[in-house]
Write a protein that binds this ligand. Structure first.
Ligand code: UD1
Length: 361
C-alpha cells in the first residue's frame, strides 16, 4: 500500500506525529510538506524534537492570501500525486494545507482519509470552518474525534459508512511525549514559579484580522497582567498584526518566541490556567488538568466545555478580564476545575492504521 500524507503547519505536524512513524513502518509512505509554515520555530523544530523523518517533498509555498496560498498548494500537490500515484491520501484538521491536499486527491480520484473530521464551529467567517467542511465532504474515510462530530457529519448528509469515531490523535502525541518535559528547567529559564502564571496564545485569523477584536483582547490581557504573571508565546501572524496596528502588550507580560512542543507542554503543564484561541491547546490542557479559558465565541471542542472542564470566555474585553481575574482569586474553583477528570481516548493512531490495513485487504 502506498500512502501520501500532506501537512504544512505546526498543529498538523504535532497531531500527526504519533501516526507518521507507524505509516513509515507499515507501508510505502510519502510525506508531503506544503511549506505553509516555514520558520524553524514553527516547523523544523518539531521534526527534530519528535524525531520525524524529513518530508520527501517540500513544496515551499509560504504565506500568501487565502486563495493564492490554497491555489498554489493545490497546483504543487497535484504534481506530486500525479507522479507518485498513492492508493490513499491522508490530511489532518482544518488548515489551507488540509483543504489543498483534500482537493488535489479528490480531483485525481484518490481515496482520502480526513483526521479530525466533523468538528464544527458553525462560523463560516473562519477559514478553518470552510476548510473542514470541504475536506469532510471530499473524504472517503472520516475519522471523527467525538460523538458531536459524528452527529455534525450525519446532519450534513454524509453516509454513516464513511464515518469512524476513533478519537483525537493529539492525545497520543501528548502522552508519548509528556515524560520528556523538563518543566523545572523551562520555568527557571523564564523566571516562573509552578502554578503561579497564566499562559496565553492568540493566532487565529478570526481573532487577528479584526483589529478591534485583537485590540480588545490585548486590553483584557493587559488588565489581567496587573493581577498575574503572564507568559505569551507570540505567533508570527499575531506579531505582524500587533506591529502593523500599533497595538501594544503591557511590559508586564512576558512575550516569548513560539516554543518547541516539549517546551510549550512544559509551560502548559505548570500554568495556573491558560487563555487561548487555539483548538489543540484546549485538548492538551485537559491532559494536564490546566483550566483552559477559550478566547472565542464558539468552539469545535464542545465535549470539554459541556463537561465543564474548559470554559468559553467570549471575546468581550470586560468579560475576559473580569472572569479571568475572578478565577485567579478563587482557588477553590480552580481546584474544582482541575478535579473534573475527562476520560480522553488513547491508541487512536493504532486504530487508524488498523482501518487502513483492513481497507487494503
Ligand atoms: C494556520 C491555520 C490555522 C492553524 C494555524 C496554527 C489556515 C487557514 N490556518 O494559520 O488553522 O491553527 O496555522 O499556527 O490554514 N508566518 C511566519 N512564519 C511561519 C508561518 C507563518 O512568519 O512559519 C506568518 C506569515 O507571515 C503570515 C502569517 O504567519 O502572515 C499567517 O500564516 P498562515 O499560513 O496563514 O497560517 P496561520 O495563521 O499560522
Amino acid at each position: 500500500m502506498k500512502v501520501a500524507t500532506i501537512l504544512g503547519t505546526r498543529p498538523e505536524i504535532i497531531k500527526l506525529s504519533a501516526l507518521l512513524p507507524l505509516l513509515d513502518a507499515s507501508c510505502t509512505h510519502i510525506l508531503i510538506h506544503t511549506g505553509q509554515h516555514y520558520d524553524y520555530q514553527m516547523d523544523a523544530v518539531f521534526f527534530d524534537e519528535l524525531h520525524l523523518r524529513k518530508p520527501a517533498y517540500m513544496l515551499d509555498i509560504g504565506s500568501h492570501e487565502q486563495g493564492k496560498q490554497t491555489g498554489m498548494m493545490l497546483w504543487k500537490i497535484e504534481e506530486v500525486l500525479l507522479k507518485e500515484r498513492p492508493d490513499m491520501v491522508i490530511v489532518q484538521g482544518d488548515t489551507n494545507s488540509t483543504l489543498s491536499g483534500a482537493l488535489a486527491a479528490a480531483k485525481l480520484n484518490i481515496p482520502l482519509l480526513h483526521l479530525e473530521a466533523g468538528c464544527r464551529s458553525f462560523n463560516r467567517e473562519m477559514p478553518e470552518e470552510i476548510n473542514r467542511v470541504i475536506a469532510d465532504h471530499l473524504a472517503h474515510f472520516l475519522i471523527a474525534p467525538d460523538e458531536q462530530s459524528v452527529i455534525n457529519l450525519r446532519n450534513e448528509g454524509i453516509s454513516s459508512e464513511k464515518i469512524f469515531l476513533l478519537g483525537s490523535t493529539l492525545f497520543d502525541a501528548v502522552l508519548r511525549n509528556r515524560d520528556f518535559l523538563q518543566v523545572d528547567a523551562v520555568l527557571k529559564e523564564f523566571g516562573l514559579q509552578k502554578d503561579a502564571f497564566v499562559l496565553t496564545t492568540i493566532h487565529r485569523a478570526e481573532t487577528t484580522r479584526k483589529s478591534e477584536m485583537l485590540r480588545g483582547i490585548v486590553q483584557a490581557l493587559n488588565e489581567i497582567s496587573k493581577d498575574a504573571t503572564m507568559v505569551f508565546p507570540l505567533h508570527p501572524r499575531t506579531k505582524k498584526v500587533l506591529d502593523e496596528q500599533g497595538i501594544t502588550l503591557d511590559e508586564r507580560i512576558k512575550v516569548i518566541e513560539p516554543q518547541s512542543y516539549f517546551r510549550f507542554l512544559a509551560l502548559l503543564s505548570a500554568a495556573t490556567l491558560c487563555l487561548t484561541d487555539s483548538g489543540g491547546i484546549q485538548e492538551e490542557a485537559v491532559v494536564f488538568n490546566t483550566p483552559c479559558l477559550i478566547l472565542r465565541n464558539e468552539t469545535e471542542w464542545v465535549r470539554f466545555t459541556r463537561a465543564g472542564k474548559n470554559i468559553l470566555l467570549g471575546t468581550s474585553p470586560e468579560q475576559i478580564s473580569r472572569r479571568t481575574i475572578d478565577l485567579l482569586h478563587n482557588r477553590e474553583e480552580i481546584n474544582r476545575l482541575r478535579g473534573i477528570i475527562y476520560p480522553y481516548e488513547q491508541g487512536v493512531v493504532e486504530n487508524v492504521l488498523a482501518l487502513l490495513n483492513k481497507w487494503k485487504q
